[in-house]
Design a protein around this ligand. Structure first.
Ligand code: FES
Length: 160
């Protein structure tokens, strides 16, 4: 009986410690994002750094949520999406840091092979066909690429 109580207290202490660390890291990341923000959007890359066909992952802190996202340069146009497949809640690059198919024509979810149109985010083949990635607002300001938070209810796109 006493052992059970001690074990419960240890698990509770571990849970609270992990929660405190997570809250601290969230606050630090939010502060860093505020420093890297301009007019309500985060500077996530320099224009010259993201060549056509390349990808950069980043996080956004939106309201009280963290959003895992990625920026692409598709044929000279920048697009940003939440890094979450519409089939299941896994990131597209679940297996390794790979977002584009080998021919560069589609974004691919490495879990079950869903293909997305890079320009619109529409799933054109695979188990999520007809649904779209969650797009994020992108704008270029001078040499910087900025990405903002999505509108509306963020529960569906946030990392909890
Ligand atoms: S989780 Fe992406 S295709 Fe299944």
């Amino acid at each position: 009986m006493l052992a059970t109580i001690y074990l419960s207290l240890i698990f509770l202490a571990l849970y609270l410690a992990a929660f405190a660390v997570r809250r601290y890291r969230f606050a630090q990341d939010k502060k860093r994002m505020m420093q890297e923000s301009r007019a309500g959007a985060r500077v996530v890359a320099r224009v010259a750094e993201i060549r056509p066909g390349s990808v950069k992952k980043f996080d956004l802190i939106c309201q009280k949520y963290r959003i895992d996202a990625f920026l692409i340069n598709h044929q000279g146009a920048f697009r940003a999406y939440v890094n979450r497949c519409r089939h299941m809640t896994t990131p597209l690059d679940f297996v390794r840091y790979q977002f584009f198919t080998e021919d560069g024509r589609h974004l691919i979810c490495m879990t079950h092979g869903a293909l997305y149109d890079p320009e619109s985010g529409l799933c054109v083949d695979g188990p999520c066909k007809g649904q779209s990635l969650y797009a994020l607002p992108v704008r270029v300001d001078g040499d910087d690429v900025l990405v903002g938070c999505p509108e509306g209810d963020l529960l569906e796109v946030a990392d909890l």
